[in-house]
Design a protein around this ligand. Structure first.
Ligand code: NAD
Length: 424
């Protein structure tokens, strides 16, 4: 298989390009040397594998798989595995760097990695996906390891695929090695609290931001775009803390109720309606884009990347944006948001609750002891709150947005670790 260097990302509004631009800005403010800049930018390892898989028809199809280890300076690398037709080395490389900064900002002892296979799981049978996952794991036996590189689910993969990975890896070692992967089913050593962890981190970040803006949660209002794992848990938990949720949305549209939505009823409706809010009667149906224009205290984008751009940023009326999704705000919208005085809790901080509980899963697997849900939640809340406070203090010190401050915290941590360890 010939290796073709991927073309650089050309679309400047691309979320990965936005990440690079924010990274460059933080590096400049930190005064990082040219040498260190290159150390931080270039991934440690990039692996490309060809994966022949027998399909149900008997035909053998060869898929291309990737694993990029961006950094291991803080500890074993951590990052999900994506099964999607659009997966390519360039994207995986950028997402691996993203993981380095996310782990560093919440101060967990991991480096960053990402993996993926260019395939369409929606068109594959469970058996075909299983054979692909096992082939990918075998190809990565030298890369993965509880002290080396710990994968997790990402787009197109979930607990089922992680169970196959754990099984295949364990067979090669002749013993059960649960700590090689996180996001496993509970019975295989998954952690309590993982499902709601990202939404929980969004809630903690939102409350921490409200405290700084002197917004009383019991008088506060919020809207949440996306009602999947992150959005629905964030909405439920914010509601539990007193915040009135004036609108929620999913791919079927946005649902608005200025008296406050009964979030638990919306979750129950979605769960009985094939995962969709379509037809939900506890609110008025409005256009999906209108959710951004509702005057509320908190806006939580928790659906997908690149939804707040120069095109719609002027119409946003929220006082705070808490980024549940990865890359929901384009780099070009940053300045306008800052000029409008809107506080943004950036993705690498606000949605890090998920990787934090993944880390807890690994810790529990390694010590061979299961924590209670109460312990997992308490420790997640503490990490999220401490990380928010550190980023907030950094934003005051450098007189920058929370977003640039988060990159400063992360880059400073990684670069100073390099300086102490030396031996590049
Ligand atoms: P999900 O698939 O469970 O939910 C996505 C939701 O967004 C669905 O309700 C879908 O209908 C909705 N949606 C999609 N397109 C939309 C649109 N154009 N307008 C309105 N709604 C739309 O996904 P998730 O796990 O909740 O992830 C959401 C985001 O959070 C992604 O950016 C993901 O990368 C990020 N994230 C997730 C986790 C996690 O632990 N699940 C962790 C970190 C970051």
């Amino acid at each position: 298989m010939s290796y073709i260097e991927p073309a650089p990302i050309k679309d400047k509004e691309n979320p990965l390009e936005s990440m690079m631009q924010r990274f460059d800005k933080a590096v400049e403010l930190l005064g990082i040397s040219e040498e260190m800049y290159h150390i931080l930018k270039v991934p440690r390892k990039q692996v490309i594998v060809g994966l022949p898989v027998t399909m149900d028809s008997g035909e053998i199809k060869t898929f291309e798989g990737y694993r990029v280890i961006h950094s291991t300076i803080l500890g074993p690398s951590k990052g999900g595995i994506r099964f999607d037709p659009a997966v390519n080395l360039d994207e995986v490389r950028a997402l691996a760097a993203w993981m380095t900064w996310k782990c560093a900002v919440v101060d967990i002892p991991y480096g960053g990695a990402k993996g993926g296979v260019a395939c369409n799981p929606r068109e594959m049978s469970a058996g075909e996906i299983e054979r692909l996952m096992r082939a990918y794991t075998t190809a990565m036996l030298d890369v993965f390891g509880p002290d080396q590189d710990i994968p997790a689910p990402d787009m197109g993969t979930g607990p089922r695929e992680m169970a196959w990975l754990m099984d295949e890896y364990s067979k090669s070692k002749g013993m059960t090695v649960p700590a090689v992967v996180t996001g496993k089913p509970l019975v295989l050593g998954g952690s309590l609290g993982r499902t709601e962890a990202t939404g929980r981190g969004v809630m903690v970040s939102a409350l921490a931001g409200m405290e700084k803006l002197r917004i009383n949660p019991y008088r506060a209002t919020a809207v949440v775009q996306g009602f999947g794992n992150v959005g629905s848990h964030a909405a439920l938990l914010l509601r539990e803390r007193g915040v009135a949720i004036h609108a929620i949305s999913d791919i079927s549209g946005a649902y608005y109720n200025d008296k406050g939505i009964d979030v638990a009823a919306a979750v129950a409706y979605r769960d009985n309606n094939k995962g969709s809010l379509e037809g939900f009667t506890g609110a008025e149906l409005i256009s999906g884009d209108d959710i951004f224009t509702i005057p509320v205290d908190v806006l939580v984008p928790a659906a997908k990347e690149d939804v707040i751009t120069r095109r719609n940023v002027e119409s946003i009326q929220a006082k705070m944006i808490v980024e549940g999704a990865n890359g929901p705000t384009s780099f070009k919208a940053d300045d306008i948001i800052n000029d409008k005085g809107i506080m943004v809790v950036p993705d690498i901080l606000a949605n890090a609750g998920g990787v934090t509980v993944s880390y807890f899963e690994w810790v529990q697997n390694r010590i061979g002891y299961k924590w209670t849900l109460e312990r997992v939640n308490r420790r997640t809340d503490r990490i999220m709150k401490d990380s928010f406070d550190k980023v907030y203090e950094t934003s005051l010190k450098y007189k920058v947005s929370l977003r640039i401050a988060a990159y400063i915290v992360a880059i400073d941590k990684v670069s100073s670790t390099y300086k102490y360890r030396g031996g590049f």
